[in-house]
Design a protein around this ligand. Structure first.
Ligand SMILES: *[C@@H]1O[C@H](CO)[C@@H](O)[C@H](O)[C@H]1NC(C)=O
Ligand SMILES: *[C@@H]1O[C@H](CO)[C@@H](O)[C@H](O)[C@H]1NC(C)=O
Ligand SMILES: *[C@@H]1O[C@H](CO)[C@@H](O)[C@H](O)[C@H]1NC(C)=O
Length: 497
């Protein structure tokens, strides 16, 4: 086993092997070979020189005349490079009249009427509130789809209407569009992070960007290559143009499919465009408490949250809408850092600290490794309402049954710009739930009532290679508080005790 490893690891070993082969030849054979080699090289070089000089001449010719013309073209035709911003995105939101009254409250949470463009597509007219008009996208009624075949026994034919939103939104002919972003009426978008993700891709090419489900079985039934519609997905402008041309014919070829997003994926497969996965789009095909997933978010910008009616409110003791509203504070001061995890230790007290910035801080008695802490704890149930660790296409860890290993959870309560000169933010986290008594003879986080986290915003975080932030527990005399610094890891800083 170990020799095999060495063979693969050591490139010199291979060199040595070859060298040995050559040295077994006799000296005279080697000399003859040497002369032959020189003559061949000479011949080769002289030929190459001839062809090369011809090439050179040719290039030279071009160099004299063509580049001037090219420069003129580039000045006239391609405008200076403009980075993608929110004005280049058009949202297409699939909604239903029946649920509109509740669901519109989710859209109001993230929609910025002056900056964003988009349309909510409904199947029929709804009662509108005059005050809503200023806080929601314009509403439109989708075209009739009764002529399309729908043969799935479990689904609903509204899937056809929803999947055509891409094409119907394109046909509105809005100007300066780079991306169409689809979402449901219960999808919450973090716009800054959506823009940041789309900036990475060339909108002049064909891109289909989103994420798969948290449910392994759903991904098997539908497709691992499908962007789940509720988590939201982005389609670049030229791809939307290509899709629009064929979508109605394509839809007719798949009457048996269940939803709108698998119909989109079927057409993408015909167009030959694969899904570009971005981990920040969240379909959330789970039940119960999202805490474990949000406290150990992957190192990727948080783009969307979905199934807001299905899961519990993300903060305890408040309504679903109130809970999401609470994210506005951290989103304003440092959207890139929202729900980014950092892991560190309080060495003196032997505690493990895990920060999910802008959401929650956990203190554990004892030392847990980074590889353990970066796995989401299974605080949630799977899509079939069971506690099943094999249900997910990613690693999770069990919630410990030992009362002493239950984390002390501090939920985000307050964000402020702490220091204007350095832009440092201060966020506060408080405990809302009691922990059960524990008999371990070690320092107890019960006395800690408040966690303060200091962090400089890092707008360029996602322009760099992904890396988890580091945190450090500050020495403080403040009774009842834990003070933590979060930021880019320093040189040689790693999560170790
Ligand atoms: C977005 O980009 C366009 C140019 O493509 C520019 O005119 C506009 O001012 C930008 N908007 C914002 C909010 O930066
Ligand atoms: C919040 O709700 C939990 C039950 O979900 C309850 O035990 C706790 O006392 C409540 N806390 C506050 C501050 O209302
Ligand atoms: C603080 O933020 C402002 C606005 O975003 C920026 O212009 C300034 O350079 C930042 N200052 C520091 C020290 O990062």
């Amino acid at each position: 086993m170990s020799t095999m490893k060495n063979n693969f690891k050591d490139p010199d070993h291979h060199l040595h092997h070859h060298h040995h082969l050559y040295s077994s030849w006799s000296f005279s054979k080697l000399m003859a070979f040497f002369f032959l080699l020189i003559s061949i090289s000479y011949l080769f070089y002289s030929l190459r020189f001839v062809s090369h000089s011809y090439d050179c001449d040719h290039n030279h010719h071009e160099a004299l005349h063509i580049p001037i013309a090219r420069e003129q073209i580039s000045q006239q035709e391609s405008p200076p490079f403009e980075e993608t911003n929110v004005s280049h995105i058009v949202f297409g939101i699939g909604a239903s009249a029946k649920l509109w009254k509740q669901r519109k409250e989710y859209i109001k949470l993230w929609w910025r009427p002056r900056e964003m463009r988009g349309v909510v597509w409904l199947e029929q007219k709804v009662k509108t509130d005059p005050s809503d008009e200023r806080s929601l996208p314009p509403l439109r009624i989708s075209k009739d789809t009764s002529k399309f075949k729908y043969r799935n026994p479990k689904g609903h034919r509204s899937a056809i209407r929803i999947s055509r939103i891409v094409s119907e939104t394109l046909r509105l002919g809005m100007k300066g569009v780079r991306w169409f972003v689809m979402g449901d009426d219960d999808t919450f978008f973090v716009a800054e992070n959506l823009v940041k993700v789309l900036q990475k891709y060339d909108h002049n090419q064909f891109y289909y960007i989103g994420s798969s489900s948290e449910s392994h079985l759903q991904n098997i039934y539908f497709s691992y290559n499908m962007a789940y519609g509720g988590g939201g997905f982005a389609i670049s402008y030229p791809l939307a143009v290509a899709l629009e041309k064929m979508q109605d014919r394509c839809i007719q070829r798949y009457p048996g499919l269940y939803g709108s997003d698998d119909r989109i994926q079927a057409c993408m497969a015909e167009l030959g465009v694969p899904l570009t996965k971005e981990k920040g789009f969240h379909q959330f095909d789970v039940y119960g408490n999202l805490f474990g997933l949000l406290a150990a978010h992957p190192v990727a910008p948080l783009v969307s949250l979905h199934h807001l009616d299905v899961v519990e409110p993300i903060f305890p003791n408040v309504s679903r809408v109130e809970a999401l509203k609470r994210l506005n504070g951290p989103m304003k001061v440092d959207p890139a850092g929202l729900m980014q995890q950092s892991i560190c230790y309080d060495k003196e007290r032997s505690w493990t600290v895990s920060v999910s910035w802008g959401y929650a801080v956990q203190i554990f008695r004892g030392i847990f490794s980074a590889r353990e802490m970066e796995m989401p704890a299974r605080t949630f149930l799977n899509w079939y309402k069971r506690a099943d660790y094999t249900a997910y296409p990613f690693n999770t860890r069990p919630v410990s049954r030992n009362v002493c290993q239950k984390p002390f959870v501090y939920y985000f309560s307050n964000a402020l710009l702490h220091d204007k000169a350095s832009n440092e933010t201060a966020t506060q986290y408080t405990r809302l739930q009691q922990n059960p008594p524990c008999k371990w003879k070690m320092e107890d986080p019960t006395q800690i009532k408040l966690v303060e986290v200091y962090k400089k915003p890092d707008p360029l975080l996602w322009d760099k290679a992904p890396r988890r932030n580091c945190c450090r527990v500050r020495r403080t005399k403040k009774k009842g508080s834990l003070v933590i610094d979060v930021g880019e890891c320093r040189e040689n800083e790693v999560v170790e005790l």
